[in-house]
Design a protein around this ligand. Structure first.
Ligand code: SAH
Length: 301
């Protein structure tokens, strides 16, 4: 065995804190972070670090972060543990976690090292990294499925992807034939990841990546707008959606907890959007809505 060159830090996390702790681990300098879920137990995060960092400092940083959470009233979590790893071990663990995932009827999401049998599917290659959107999450799979169904029914000349993360939805839309896609994120790391993934899938000429707030765009008359954000963001952005989406155009919204879907659909009805489909995967609802014809509703935003 070659000498250990990496650390693996593993820690149990309260479910509701796993996203925040994942971000914290990336910020500590992780090369990769994996979340392992197991039935009836709190999720476990495994983060891989170069050995140039001090194991004790990593443990201490995580302990302080968890202490802060406990002070905020989060349930107690486990103690972080650090072990040394050979390079191959971390790469193997990382790769084993990201396997090709079929989405919808025609798409297959694969990491760059895996060349899966295509079986007539359109392969979207996404490098797993810090940006959200590796294809493993129910909300991403829901949006991919809804988008594919929509684009199978009618072609779209233009598409707006709000909160693009890794660029997965924008790249899929381009690969499914949309010639002009605008991919927007407020996080510079996400925009960089989206650009790299667009290039990896040879659709850079179709996907324009923009660093901006989803609510601050000048776009209007867009035939398809997709946004995998959270319900609170959808409610805040509803007046903007009414401005962006063309009359008769489609709005695909993800990141909605199942229980939140009826309320959100009702709020969007007030903005001129009628329900046109809904699907639920792993507790996350994806709504497809259709904007009514005619002039945009009065927009006070
Ligand atoms: N579209 C990808 C990623 C969704 S995660 C997928 O479906 O998997 C949500 C992304 O939206 C994150 O990258 C986050 O940085 C971005 N985001 C959240 N709020 C935003 C806002 N107001 N404006 C722009 N981007 C936003």
């Amino acid at each position: 065995m070659s000498s250990p060159r990496y650390w693996e830090l593993s820690v149990e996390t309260p479910e509701e804190a796993s996203e925040g702790l994942t971000n914290f681990l990336w910020e500590l300098g992780a090369l990769g972070v994996i979340e392992e879920a197991s039935e009836g137990r709190a999720p476990r995060l495994r983060a891989f670090f170069p050995k140039t960092l001090f194991a004790r400092a990593l443990e201490q940083g995580v302990r302080e972060y968890l202490g802060g959470l406990a002070a905020l009233g989060f349930r107690a979590s486990g103690e972080p543990a650090v072990v040394a790893l050979a390079g191959e071990d971390w790469a193997d663990a990382w790769r084993a976690h990201f396997r090709p995932v079929p989405a919808g009827k025609r798409l297959l999401i694969a990491p760059p090292w895996d060349r899966p049998p295509v079986n007539g599917r359109v392969v979207i290659t996404i490098e797993p990294g810090r940006a959200f959107g590796t294809g493993q999450h129910g909300s991403t799979l829901g949006c991919l499925t809804a988008l594919e169904a929509l684009l199978a029914r009618a072609t779209a000349t233009r598409l707006l992807d709000l909160g693009t993360g890794s660029g997965i939805l924008a790249v899929a839309a381009a690969r499914l034939g949309v010639p002009a896609v605008v991919a927007v994120d407020e996080d510079p790391d996400a925009v960089a990841a989206a650009m790299a993934n667009a290039a990896r899938n040879r659709v850079s000429d179709r996907v324009r990546c923009v660093l901006a707030d989803a609510g601050a765009l000048q776009e209007t008359g867009v035939p398809v707008v997709v946004a995998n954000l959270l319900t609170a963001a959808h409610l805040r952005l509803a007046p903007r959606y009414a401005r962006y989406v063309a009359p008769g155009g489609a709005l695909v919204l993800g990141g909605i907890l199942d229980a939140e879907a009826p309320g959100l659909a009702a709020a969007l009805a007030g903005r001129g959007f009628a329900p046109d489909g809904s699907l639920s995967l792993e507790g996350w609802t994806t709504l497809t809505l259709r904007r009514g014809p005619g002039a945009p509703l009065h927009d006070r935003a």
